[in-house]
Design a protein around this ligand. Structure first.
Ligand SMILES: [Zn+2]
Ligand SMILES: [Zn+2]
Length: 187
């Protein structure tokens, strides 16, 4: 999946960075600390950053010979559902990003694999795909409310935490149930 998007970038989008005030001189540096609203779909099915939540950007933009290197951390809240008991999970996620974005007119295409380097649109950088990749990687594929969550009783659906230790359902294995009926008819 290419890291740059062919669509026209919106400079007001929360994860589009404007590098206008960063001199295009290798070594030039700008710090960028900003709180933005989280875009949609920042996560996986069971857990993710809620759309519109506060994302904390703590980034460094550094001019390199063919583009801008963006590095730093992105922190935000995550909300989800425990895969075992469906209880709500309230947590937070902090990810490191480090991505190189090539100037539109740089020759980077000739020297590197297209997929490895994002491309700027003028002075704009679309950080969203990199942040999304990092957040998705950092989230658990099987989120749990706590590591030792015992889950729900498969028969009554009550959380094991709320059930007495000796909780059980008297159950006859269906195969034996059939047998006991046979015995009964024979009597
Ligand atoms: Zn749970
Ligand atoms: Zn039960």
């Amino acid at each position: 999946m290419p890291k740059h998007s062919p669509r026209q970038l919106d400079p007001r989008a929360p994860l589009v960075l404007d590098t206008r005030d960063l001199p295009r001189r290798p070594g030039a540096l700008r710090e960028l600390r900003r709180v933005v609203t989280a875009p949609a779909d920042l996560g996986v099915e069971l857990i993710g950053v809620p759309e519109g939540a506060d994302l904390d950007l703590d980034l460094r933009l550094q001019s390199v010979s063919e583009g801008v290197l963006v590095s730093g951390t992105v922190t935000g809240p995550v909300r989800g559902e425990c895969g075992r008991c469906l209880r709500e999970i309230d947590d937070s996620v902090a990810v490191n990003v480090q991505e190189l974005y090539a100037y539109e007119d740089s020759t980077t295409d000739e020297t590197t694999d297209e997929d490895e380097v994002g491309r700027m649109q003028g002075d704009l950088i679309d950080l969203e795909p990199a942040v999304r990749d990092a957040v998705v990687l950092a989230l658990p594929t099987n989120p749990l409310c706590r590591q030792d969550c015992p889950g729900l009783c498969p028969d009554c659906g009550v959380h094991w935490d709320d059930l007495p230790a000796d909780h059980s359902h008297q159950q006859i294995d269906p195969r034996w149930a059939g047998l006991s009926q046979l015995t009964r008819t024979e009597e």
